[in-house]
Design a binder for this molecule. Structure first.
Ligand code: PHE
Length: 533
């Protein structure tokens, strides 16, 4: 009774200080309510009634950039009836959210042109390709009616390929095999150490018993009588699959030595899937990631988006802001609005003439561009499924292609499209320095080492993207030397009537979630200012 009363008192005081949300999670901590997962910061979209109810006039907003941040800004402000217009330099919405299909063309900054010739139904997501369950991107997909399917980020049947390792080099190893061996040997060692008393300072007798029980289960190791030895298990996979009658199957062997398993470095790949953003399940829009920008563009109204519009100058004015741009026909035009939202990459914005001050230019130049490349390889057959039993997932390598991705759509179909490299930094530059045909040759020569000749002989079409060489984009993403310094702070505030938005102004860089939440932040800032004015 006493406990009950004080518990209620505690909950009441938490409720007063922290509001209902805090009360609810405190109840969760006490086991009284399910603990809700962390949510994106509470967001209230501007509403249709906001202008009518307060008798204010609808404001005009000019958005530079029709990538996810720019589209989301216009979409959210549009909910309250703001008069928004987007100026987009390219001929399509989405920015880096881009799906390449048959007929897609790309001319790089250096003038090299590619035309996609993928077959009907085949595509590659050249930019974002995987959505974690925690990201607001999924909420937008729900709101916009964009259907989702699972994206396989982790597959026990995909490989780990290390050719520079001190042991087992040049042998593709299935994830399941690598895990069985690493978990097995680590369990053996820890069980032995525990049993021999090496950890007696840390563990009680009951702890030791519990830990050993865990390790036997986790590592599939032998019992105490057999020295807790790891000698392999069917978790490694089979060289002959078990089947009917007397076919017991043959477990894949031989099991490499502990020393070779450690030296192979395969265990250092495991933590990838522990990452908050990379853990399964993950999702993708059905038919291509660009379903998101096209749905946003439709909801905003196509007539509100001007394509082929290249911003030349941004001017903050005492009572608004102004943008001068070159339109698709090469005419110079100027548009005025109450607010401008610059939702373009910082290094691109830094080169546009403006009157926002030298410190703004310096801050825009402060983050550094990350080179990122991807190649899509269309095959005449889905040999990774038929011959290797790999249905989606990723093979990481220590070669310059970094990773090979197997498609998470079109299973069992006739054709399929792999990602033949997805790399950043120096590796991305090494490929992008080459013309497309040479990039392809190089990528295929690496892939053959993992998958054999069919990697070359079954190949049909290909398309490669170097984001750092793509006009109006110029990077896969940016990195800040510091996100606690004055530069990041400055650009997260309006410069007069000019706001900045983009994933680069978030702590979720290189994800659409960063772009959506940055847009929401700017929308909230503008709307509060308008409603207070
Ligand atoms: N979102 C991108 C991806 O998943 C880039 C990225 C990679 C971001 C790794 C964070 C960590 O590939």
């Amino acid at each position: 009774m006493v406990a009950e009363a004080s518990r209620r008192g505690f909950l009441r005081s938490v409720g007063i200080a922290g509001g209902a949300g805090m009360l609810y999670s405190a109840m969760g901590a006490l086991g009284l309510a399910p603990v809700p997962e962390a949510r994106a910061e509470a967001y209230r979209a501007p509403r249709n009634g906001d202008f009518e109810l307060t008798g204010r006039s609808r404001k005009k907003v000019l958005v530079l950039g029709g990538g996810i941040a720019g589209l989301a800004t216009a979409y959210e402000l549009g909910k309250a009836g703001y008069d928004c217009r987007i100026l987009e330099a390219k001929d399509r919405p989405g920015g880096r959210n881009w799906t390449v299909r048959g007929g897609t063309t790309l001319t790089d900054l250096d003038g090299r042109t590619q035309k996609g010739s993928f077959s009907k139904g085949q595509y590659m997501n050249a930019g974002p390709a995987r959505l974690p369950q925690s990201h607001v991107t999924l909420e937008y997909c729900r709101e916009l009616g964009v259907p989702l399917e699972v994206f396989t980020n982790q597959n026990a049947n995909a490989y780990i390929y290390h050719e520079k390792s001190a042991a087992l080099a040049g042998k593709p190893i299935r994830w399941r095999t690598a895990k069985a061996d690493v978990h097995g040997y680590v369990s053996e060692l820890l069980a032995k150490a525990t049993d021999q008393g090496a950890l007696d300072k840390e563990l009680t007798a009951a702890d030791k018993e519990g830990l050993i029980a865990f390790l036997q289960n986790f590592g599939a190791i032998k019992g105490k009588a057999d020295g807790f030895a790891y000698t392999g298990s069917d978790r490694r996979g089979y060289s002959v699959e078990p089947g009917a009658g007397f076919e017991e199957g043959t477990v894949l062997g031989p099991v490499p030595s502990l020393s070779d398993v450690v030296a192979s470095g395969v265990g250092q790949r495991f933590s990838f899937e522990f990452g908050y953003d990379q853990a399964m399940l993950m999702f993708q829009p059905v038919g291509g990631m660009d379903a998101i920008p096209y749905a946003l563009a439709k909801a905003i109204g196509q007539d509100r988006i001007t394509y082929g519009a290249k911003a030349m100058e941004v001017k903050n004015l005492p009572d608004g802001a102004e943008v001068t741009y070159e339109d698709a026909e090469g005419r110079i035009r100027t548009r005025r609005a109450d607010f401008v939202v610059a939702a373009i990459p910082p290094m691109v914005m830094a080169r546009i003439k403006h009157n926002l001050g030298a410190d703004v230019t310096a801050a825009l130049k402060y983050p550094t561009a990350t080179p990122v490349g991807k190649i899509g390889l269309e095959y005449r057959s889905r040999w990774w499924e038929t011959d290797e039993h790999i249905y989606g997932g990723i093979t990481p390598t220590d070669t310059d292609l970094a990773t090979i991705w197997y498609p998470s759509y079109g299973y069992q179909g006739r054709r399929g499209t792999l990602i033949g490299y997805y790399n950043f930094g120096d590796n991305a530059v090494a490929y992008s320095d080459l013309p497309h045909a040479e990039r392809l040759k190089r990528a295929v020569s690496r892939g053959v080492k993992i998958h054999g000749d069919k990697y070359r002989t079954e190949l049909d079409q290909s398309f490669s993207v170097a984001w750092h060489r793509t006009p109006h984009i110029e990077a896969g993403w940016v990195g800040w030397p510091s996100q606690t310094g004055p530069e990041y702070k400055l650009l997260n505030q309006p410069a007069g009537h000019v706001y900045f938005a983009g994933d680069w102004l978030s702590h979720v860089i290189a994800w659409q979630h960063g772009a959506f939440t940055s847009a929401r932040k700017v929308v909230t800032g503008i709307h509060e200012r308008v409603m207070a004015g």
